[in-house]
Design a protein around this ligand. Structure first.
Ligand code: PMP
Length: 450
């Protein structure tokens, strides 16, 4: 046990570290990394660790989550008020609860036109699971019983569960835990920083052709959906060319294939819009993270009205899907307040400002020899690094980790490594000076480390 009077001291931090190592199996953790970064409180874009040292939170809670910033009393109060009134009631079958209904109606207003049907989840991975089942079921109910295939992309990330992981493009996730879900195909990502991928062709032309070839190989009548992030997050902030998604959409429509936009990272403001996919009309949108800014676990799957109607249109075989915490009242009540804050404080506009601050602040690193590419899109920053500018060999894990450690140790800035890409995805309330501090820290570390 830990003596609470020692809180904030180095001993307290050490005791927590020891207990963590003893008991916790962390998600996605590399066992050679034994130090834990334990955070105990936060305010805005700053978090304090167990020894009471402040850090700029360059990753919005480590995972692109905390859109409106840490330590918002208003959200804590909304959660407390709902917990006192009615902490939980299920949404299963005919049961319902007030906050879920109000949040559903609110999301329907914010969603792209004609997407007013909402299914709540506990997070992103189970949102993907739901979306995949909804897509297959939609076709099935319409007599297209062979449409079971899902197309994903290399370097895509749609969750860590068996199906979510199967449609993602990160093979390590299944190491020793296969086989993965059948009827899944992968196509190339729009990785503009590697033009060699496109064989001298225009990237979008190449990618659209590749997708069509794959569709014809599998058989269009066998494909339920394609899933993709508007901007790939876990793949290292991969930003598609402007014409990519509209052309992919058109191609999928030609073959009756649904488009699932995974907006778990991009939804609710991170790219400067409520939904980054709105302009290319997806059929299903998966959301989580920013919907509640992480004050409680929550996600929502938005679907076109017609798809929603099909889901509830079979009186003999109903929509047999959903988790206990679907539409959790406390999570939904605070999500409503979170959306109020996003609106009231023009958080969408803020994300655009963050984009301009980083674009400017990181300008000086573009010419460093090991910097292969700098991508800034809304409040998503990816700096792709090479170990050797001549061969283009990606920066290896140990050197990436040294960079992240330097940022944290020397500059008190939290960032993440995604393969060879250094990533920043801060709260959307990041201030100009904080963006400047992050940019300066990155510049300093990359100058000395690369
Ligand atoms: N999709 C995307 C695009 C994500 O970034 C993530 C999580 N980082 C997920 C799905 C999975 O969400 P969760 O971790 O909440 O299950």
């Amino acid at each position: 046990t830990i003596a609470s009077e020692a809180r904030g001291s180095a001993e307290y931090a050490a005791a927590l570290q020891a207990l963590d190592r003893k008991h916790l199996i962390h998600p996605h953790q590399n066992p050679t990394r034994t130090e834990r970064n334990i955070f105990v409180r936060g305010k805005g874009s700053v978090v304090w660790d167990a020894a009471d040292v402040p850090f700029i939170d360059g990753m919005a809670g480590g995972n692109w989550v905390v859109a409106v910033g840490h330590g918002r009393a208003e959200l804590a109060e909304a959660a407390a008020a709902q917990a006192e009134k009615l902490e939980y009631f299920s949404l299963w079958r005919e049961y319902s609860n007030e906050p879920a209904i109000r949040l559903g109606a609110r999301l329907a207003e914010l969603a792209p036109a004609g997407m007013t049907k909402i299914h709540f989840t506990s997070g992103g991975s189970d949102g993907t699971e739901a979306a995949l089942k909804i897509a297959r079921r939609y076709h099935f109910e319409r007599g297209d019983t062979e449409r079971t295939w899902i197309i994903g992309r290399q370097f895509g990330y749609h969750g860590t569960t068996l199906a979510g992981g199967s449609v993602s493009g990160m093979d390590d996730m299944h190491f020793g835990a296969g086989p993965t879900m059948p009827h899944v195909a992968k196509v190339s990502p729009p990785m503009l920083s590697h033009p060699e991928m496109f064989g001298g062709q225009d990237p979008t032309d190449f990618l659209v052709q590749e997708l069509e070839t794959e569709i014809l190989r599998i058989g269009p009548e066998k494909i339920a959906a394609m899933i993709g992030e508007p901007v790939m997050g876990g793949g290292g902030v991969i930003v598609a060319p402007e014409d990519y998604w509209p052309r992919i959409r058109t191609l999928l429509s030609k073959y009756g294939i649904l488009l699932i936009a995974d907006e778990v990272i991009t939804g609710f403001g991170r790219t400067g819009d409520w939904f980054a996919s709105a302009h290319y009309s997806p059929d299903i949108i998966v959301t989580a993270k920013g919907i509640s800014s992480g004050y409680a676990p929550l996600g929502a799957v938005l679907m076109r009205d017609e798809i929603g109607e099909v889901m509830v249109g079979n009186p003999e075989k109903f929509f047999f899907h959903g988790l206990t915490y679907s539409g959790h009242p406390v999570a939904c009540a605070l999500a409503l307040v979170n959306l109020d804050i996003i609106e009231r404080e023009n958080i969408l506009g803020q994300a655009k400002k963050i984009e301009s601050w980083f674009t400017e602040g990181l300008d000086g690193i573009r010419d460093l020899p090991n910097v292969h590419d700098v991508r800034v899109h809304g409040a998503m920053v990816g700096i792709e690094l090479t170990a050797d500018p001549d061969t283009g060999e990606p920066m290896p894990f140990d050197r990436m980790v040294a960079i992240i450690d330097d940022l944290r140790g020397k500059h008190r800035v939290l960032a993440r490594d995604y393969g060879p890409t250094l990533v920043v995805g801060p709260p959307l309330v990041l201030e100009e000076e904080q963006a400047a501090e992050i940019s300066a820290a990155i510049t300093d570390v990359l100058r000395t480390r690369s």
